[in-house]
Design a protein around this ligand. Structure first.
Ligand SMILES: [Zn+2]
Ligand SMILES: [Zn+2]
Length: 150
């Protein structure tokens, strides 16, 4: 899902407001990290974000990126899509959505489906577990990887 410029600016504005409300400092690095994440639908790992940010903040460390993403996640500004394999993948899309995960190239794509977003939670079988949310993950092979195989 590509975002247009206006939507992007809107997200960044929201982000800055959120930081102020939560009383965390709005630094240029934090804005850059958030921007990088929210401008892509690719659910990048911390390392991928690091490589991109490094181009304009050569002094930033991978640890800073990890810590910042962790802070954002704890505050509910972003979420972590925990995929079956490798590193945590970060997601700035907080609308209810689901994931398609390619088991070959590990690409993560969003998809939307109203019926999947409105499933009835079987509370009786959860023994009073308090459910805060859910997202469905479909594992498969993406179009590109299918092409490569054949
Ligand atoms: Zn693939
Ligand atoms: Zn997502």
């Amino acid at each position: 899902m590509k975002l247009d410029k206006i939507e992007m600016e809107h997200r960044v504005e929201n982000f800055i407001m959120q930081c102020r409300e939560l009383r965390i400092k709005v630094t240029p690095q934090r804005i850059a990290i958030y921007k990088e994440l929210s401008s892509t639908g690719e659910h990048p790992s911390a390392e991928i974000i690091y490589k991109k940010i490094k181009k304009y903040y050569p002094n930033i460390s991978l640890t800073t990126i990890y810590r910042t993403l962790e802070t954002f996640e704890k505050l509910g500004i972003i979420s972590v899509a925990n995929i079956l394999h490798d590193a945590a993948r970060y997601d700035a899309n907080l609308n209810p959505h689901h994931h398609l995960v390619c088991v070959v190239c590990k690409r993560v794509e969003d998809f939307y489906d109203d019926s999947l977003s409105n499933l009835t939670i079987p509370e009786e079988s959860l023994d009073n577990y308090k459910v805060l949310g859910y997202s469905i993950q479909l594992n498969g092979i993406c179009k590109e990887c299918q092409k490569k195989k054949s």
